[in-house]
Structure formats: structure tokens, C-alpha cells
Ligand binder design. Structure first.
Ligand code: ATP
Length: 351
């Protein structure tokens, strides 16, 4: 019985997590997933109840789970608490506790929703790219680093095991998708890039069924705007991934549509890209799509049930075409939208 630790969090977090769980339960009914859920305090609500954002009970629950589904954390109420017990500090501690070194951010323009994209519809059509960013190495962590009156310095550094393991995540992900990986570096200027490219090539030997290409990061930035639909999995280091994943994330046209996954040494974590949206919390109008699609990623990457994930994605696309939430110009409230997704999934069973 796969165990899912639910960390609904703050703001709209509980509303969108509830929606995602409803959809997971419906998918369980169709696909026989045998899911078990347990909810834990995390973020601002955990500060209120336990005096810290990532209390022991949550640490233990997450380590014992097969996957973690997080809503969103934080809000103005906790903006002035001391840094060590801020909600965001809890998120960093959670990522560290599980050694989450790979961040997966898919950007998919759903059929019929091309008009939401800032790109021309003919360019946006068919975009379905997964950006995989190395999260725990590279220049954001490399030593030496420092600053004096006269200069400042940081170090871009990657070890072989660090590149190998993120390359494996990319090739494995491609096997669950369209079988193509594009590795992004700056091998024409940086030794780290040359090393990255050589190491990815070596790991590729184990994945002959996956097609591999390399791109320089500057060219890739252009391709993601001019020909985004030609890419499947894009893998890159921490700093380039930071930039390219944000670039890719605007392609679908709304923050409420973007899921994410973080994979690593222990329990994988799945969460919407958006924050706790305190301005609309409690109003029942949050778009649960990102949370529902994060739950679909959980089925693919934590439980290896891609067929159930695909059914959820199709049901979400149908519900979005039918009547989306107000942020996308529709009138469906969170609950009604979730019912639309569940109904579309039930049709999958009939069909
Ligand atoms: P954080 O720093 O936690 O990421 P933020 O304020 O930068 O927070 P969000 O909390 O994601 O970003 O909110 C940005 C805007 O997008 C807000 O106006 C919010 O209402 C809107 N928004 C975010 N997520 C959703 C959603 N799921 N449904 C509808 N609107 C959303």
C-alpha cells in the first residue's frame, strides 16, 4: 500500500491539496492504486501548533512515506517570525532531509489552451517540455566564495557522481515520455560544461534507447522561445536550470497550471510551483490544476503508474476546456472544478 504524506501547508495550500487528494482517490477507484494518506503539519500552521515549521512528527511521517504531496506554505502572518523558524526554512530542511537533488518542472501547453500562452498559438501548440534542474550543486554552493571591497567570487564546480545521477534522472524520465534528452551547458567556454557534456555522454551509453543532444545555454534560451515544441526532457545544472525552468514556466500561460517534482536520495516531493496566494486563500476560487498535476507526477515518478497519471492529465485538460477557474477566465470554483476532473476520470473508466 503506497503511503502518501500530505503537507497541505498554508493559504490556498489546504484547498488545492484537498482537490488533488479527491482526484487521486478517484484515480485509485479506476486504476486500483491502493493509496494511503496521512496529513502532517508543515510551514506556518506547524509554527503555530508546534513552534517550528518542520516538526519531528512531520519529519518522521515523511521519511516513512513513499511520496510527499505539498500544497504551499507561508503568508503574511509569519513574515516577521525569526528566520530559523520561518515557513521557508522548513522547506529547505525538508529538501535537505531527503537529499532532493533533482527538480523536475514540466511546462505543457494543453490542447485547446494555446491562447493562454504568451507565444503565438502556432508556436505554443504541442509544447510539452520537462526541465530537470540539478538542485544541490554548482555555483550556488561551490567553494570558495566570497566578497571583498575590491572583488567578489563564486565557484562553479560539479563532481562526476553529481552529474551522473542527474543525467540518470533525465534518461529515466525520458523513458517515461518521448525518449529524448537535451543536455544544456556552456562547454565552449567553461571547463565545467566540457566535463558535464562528457559525463552525460558516458551515462548515455546505458540508455541507447534514448536520443541525446547537447545545446549551449544561450542557444537553448532562444530555442525555448522560438521552437519549444521540439524538446522533450531538458537537463542542466543549477544556475542554468534556475533560469531556463522559469523561462519554460511562462509558456503554458498561468502560474496555476504548473506542477513540480523533486527527486533524490529518500522520499520524493511533489508540489505546485505557485505559492500560498494569501490574497485568495479561503475564498474557494484557487485553481487546483497545479496541485492535481503534481499528484499526477507523483503517480509517474514515485509509484511508476504513468497510465494513471496520463488519465489525470487528460481529465484536467478536459475540465479546463469545459469551465476553468476564475484566474483563467472561467467561473468554476475550486470544488466544482475538481468535480469536473473527477467526472472526466470516471468517464475514463467507462471508456
Ligand atoms: P511565493 O513567494 O510564496 O511564491 P508569491 O506571492 O510570489 O508567493 P503566489 O502565492 O504564487 O506568489 O501568488 C502570485 C499571484 O498568483 C497571486 O495574485 C495569486 O493569487 C495568484 N495565484 C497563485 N496561485 C494561484 C492558483 N492556484 N489559483 C489562482 N491564482 C493563483
Amino acid at each position: 500500500m503506497p503511503k502518501i504524506a500530505l503537507l497541505p501547508g498554508d493559504g490556498i495550500g489546504p484547498e488545492v491539496t484537498h482537490a488533488a487528494v479527491e482526484v487521486l482517490k478517484a484515480a485509485d477507484g479506476v486504476f486500483g492504486l491502493g493509496l494511503e494518506f496521512e496529513t502532517f503539519p508543515f510551514g506556518g500552521n506547524a509554527i503555530d501548533a508546534h513552534g517550528e515549521p518542520f516538526p519531528e512528527i512531520t519529519r518522521k511521517g515523511c521519511l516513512e512515506a513513499d511520496a510527499i504531496l505539498l500544497g504551499a506554505i507561508g503568508g503574511p502572518k509569519w513574515d516577521n517570525v525569526p528566520r530559523p523558524i520561518r515557513p521557508e526554512t522548513g522547506l529547505l530542511a525538508l529538501r535537505k532531509a531527503h537529499g532532493l537533488y533533482a527538480n523536475l518542472r514540466p511546462a505543457k501547453v494543453l490542447p485547446g489552451l494555446e491562447h493562454l500562452s504568451p507565444l503565438k498559438p502556432e508556436i505554443a501548440r504541442g509544447v510539452d517540455v520537462l526541465v530537470i534542474r540539478e538542485l544541490t550543486g554548482g555555483i550556488y554552493f561551490g567553494e570558495p566564495r566570497g566578497m571583498s571591497e575590491a572583488e567578489a567570487w563564486n565557484t562553479e564546480r560539479y563532481s562526476k557522481p553529481e552529474v551522473e545521477r542527474i543525467a540518470r534522472v533525465a534518461f529515466e524520465a525520458a523513458r517515461k515520455r518521448r525518449g529524448q534528452v537535451c543536455s544544456v551547458d556552456k562547454a565552449n567556454v567553461l571547463e565545467v560544461g566540457e566535463f558535464w557534456r562528457k559525463t552525460v555522454d558516458e551515462v548515455h551509453q546505458d540508455y541507447p534507447d534514448v536520443a541525446l543532444e547537447h545545446q549551449y545555454v544561450d542557444a537553448m534560451a532562444m530555442h525555448l522561445v522560438t521552437r519549444p515544441s521540439r524538446f522533450d526532457v531538458v537537463v542542466t545544472g543549477n544556475i542554468f536550470g534556475d533560469i531556463l525552468s522559469d523561462l519554460a514556466s511562462v509558456l503554458p500561460g498561468s502560474l496555476g497550471l504548473l506542477p513540480s517534482a523533486s527527486l533524490g536520495e529518500k522520499t520524493p516531493l511533489f508540489e505546485p510551483v505557485h505559492g500560498s496566494a494569501p490574497d485568495i486563500a479561503g475564498k474557494g476560487i484557487a485553481n487546483p490544476t497545479a496541485a492535481i498535476l503534481s499528484a499526477a507526477m507523483l503517480l509517474t515518478y514515485a509509484l511508476n503508474r504513468p497510465e494513471a497519471a496520463r488519465a489525470i492529465e487528460a481529465a484536467v485538460a478536459q475540465a479546463l476546456r469545459q469551465n476553468p477557474t476564475p484566474d483563467l477566465g472561467g467561473t468554476a470554483r475550486t470544488e466544482a472544478f475538481t468535480r469536473q476532473v473527477v467526472a472526466a476520470l470516471a468517464q475514463a473508466r467507462v471508456g
